[in-house]
Design a protein around this ligand. Structure first.
Ligand code: SF4
Length: 382
């Protein structure tokens, strides 16, 4: 079998099924990654969403014993919203990050990797292969870097020369001895725009992220959001794009034409207030196809409440009062109480908070009610 020729055929085929870039690397362990992952854990910089076994994360042969190569694919996603609906007083809107636009990229890339798998099996016979998109053992970014898909940038994304960092990545571990690609030169140079622009200093040094303080991570947690982050997330319901938006390599890039990735403006910039009344079923129907729904309804609704507080949207007060009194979830009751304090300016809101304080039994919610009262200027007795 001529594997160089097979690789050329594979690349040509990949273009016909909506893969924008493909590189191949060996299945050798990612040795330098291991030290970085250990340091990440020791410094408590990990998000906790990562695959937990470091050995499996760095050694592809722990996933596929006879692995010879890893195919890395990149699918570009759009960064510009056509005709975005306006966020107006009384009709304020939230925002989903670009990685959540269109159909969940896990599904899109998995389907494309499946096609590559079928293509290779048709030519090589049954092969041991394994697909990974984001949630697999391997680091998609480490694979893409070594496979020459892009360089590993200071903002911790992979930057491709063609599409900037707005690419989703996936891998296919194979037992096929393809010729491999070379890593690309790191073109960040002396630029530090992403580091300087990060509102929480989450990029602690070039290429090192403290995920715990990254606003993207913060939008995905399920508990109470710390006050320092509430004041920063603005209208973001899911994810955070600043470190990509400021990158010079993300300017003047083509907008890809994958129809699955096309954002529905009403979904990626939804009205905030209706989000607070969605049942689980309605949430799934409206947002379940988006990557940003993976943590469920609660973090999105919590963030929507914080966004309404950010806008000081007085029209939200009746709904927030209802949530504070009646919602079964402490995070929603407490965040609503805090938001009432941020938005309210009358005795009426103070009375509602005092009623809630009498009834509430959850300690964390009680603390949020006190915060709300303090914001309204009420002297809270400790
Ligand atoms: Fe690299 Fe500058 Fe882009 Fe950051 S903003 S990733 S330093 S080029």
């Amino acid at each position: 079998m001529n594997y160089a020729h097979l690789k050329e055929e594979l690349i040509e085929y990949s273009k016909t099924i909506g893969i924008d870039k493909l590189g191949i690397t060996t299945a050798d362990p990612f040795l330098s990654l291991k030290d970085r992952l250990i340091a990440q854990q020791e410094n408590n910089f990990a998000s906790g969403f990562e695959h937990s076994n470091i050995d499996e994360r760095v050694d592809p042969r722990l996933s596929v014993q006879q692995a010879r190569t890893i195919i890395s694919i990149a699918v570009a996603y759009p960064s510009k919203l056509k005709n975005p609906p306006k966020s107006l007083p009384g009709k304020r809107r939230g925002f989903f990050s670009r990685s959540s636009w269109g159909v969940d990229y896990h599904d899109v890339l998995n389907e494309r990797l499946k096609k590559l798998e079928a293509f290779l099996e048709a030519r090589c016979g049954p092969e041991a292969m394994m697909r990974m998109v984001d949630t697999g053992a391997l680091s998609d970014r480490a694979v893409a870097e070594r496979a020459g898909v892009g360089w590993s940038a200071k903002n911790t994304f992979i930057i491709t020369e063609e599409f900037g960092s707005y690419v989703f990545l996936g891998n296919l571990i194979t037992t096929i001895p393809f010729p491999v690609d070379k890593p690309l030169e790191d073109l960040c140079g002396s630029c530090t725009k992403c580091i300087d622009a990060c509102p929480t200093g989450a990029i602690v040094e070039p290429g090192v992220l403290n995920a715990q303080v990254c606003l993207s991570y913060q939008t995905q947690t399920k508990g109470f959001m710390a006050d320092e982050f509430r004041s920063k997330i603005g209208n973001h319901l899911y994810g955070w794009d600043t470190c990509q938006l400021v990158c010079p390599y993300n300017k003047k890039i083509p907008q890809p034409a994958h129809k699955e990735m096309e954002p529905d403006p009403e979904k990626v910039k939804p009205l905030l207030l209706p989000l607070l009344s969605l049942s689980n079923k309605e949430f799934k129907r409206e947002f379940g196809h988006m990557a940003g729904s993976w943590r469920g309804k609660k973090p999105i609704q919590r963030n929507a409440i914080i966004a309404l507080a950010h806008y000081k949207d007085q029209t939200a007060l009746p709904k927030l009062v209802e949530l504070m009194h009646d919602d079964p979830r402490p995070v929603i009751r407490g965040t609503a109480a805090w938001a009432i304090g941020k938005i309210g300016d009358s005795k009426k809101e103070e009375n509602e908070l005092l009623i809630a304080k009498k009834r509430e039994e959850d300690q964390e919610v009680l603390e949020e009610i006190d915060k709300g009262l303090t914001l309204l200027g009420f002297a809270v007795e400790k």
